[in-house]
Design a protein around this ligand. Structure first.
Ligand code: FES
Length: 128
């Protein structure tokens, strides 16, 4: 199995790693096929994602996709962020081996969850 240089680079030097203090939205998803888990935190201002960070317990591809999605999403409107697909995440990394494509679902799904969480909290500020 071959990872691109970009995958390796994000795996070895992940960007925006770690839990965020007082995030505006949190998305947590698990991959049922391998048991890996990703948590994605976002900060939102004026309907735009200004900051994102992650915690991932998973394979190299899961870590690389988490890392790059935190960069891809920065500055995007919530609508643009929702439109990021797992294929786009994989493309940004120069591709993923076929057997690892499912790993990129975690990143896109966690981002969607984080945005939904943010919107839920906007509707009901007392929601946890
Ligand atoms: Fe679990 Fe990649 S093998 S996310």
């Amino acid at each position: 199995m071959e990872y691109t240089d970009k995958v390796m680079e994000h795996f070895m030097n992940p960007r925006n790693i770690g839990e965020m203090e007082n995030p505006d939205g949190v998305g947590k998803v698990g991959n049922p096929s391998c048991g890996d888990i990703m948590e994605l935190f976002i900060r939102v201002e004026d309907d735009r994602v200004t900051e994102a960070s992650f915690r991932t317990f998973g394979c190299g591809a899961a870590i690389a996709t988490s890392s790059i999605i935190t960069e891809m999403v920065k500055g995007k409107t919530l609508q643009q962020a929702l439109e990021i697909t797992n294929m786009q995440v994989a493309e940004q990394l120069g591709g993923l081996p076929d057997t690892k494509l499912h790993c990129s679902n975690l990143a896109a799904d966690a981002l969607k969850e984080a945005i939904e969480d943010y919107r839920r909290k906007q509707d009901d500020p007392n929601a946890e």
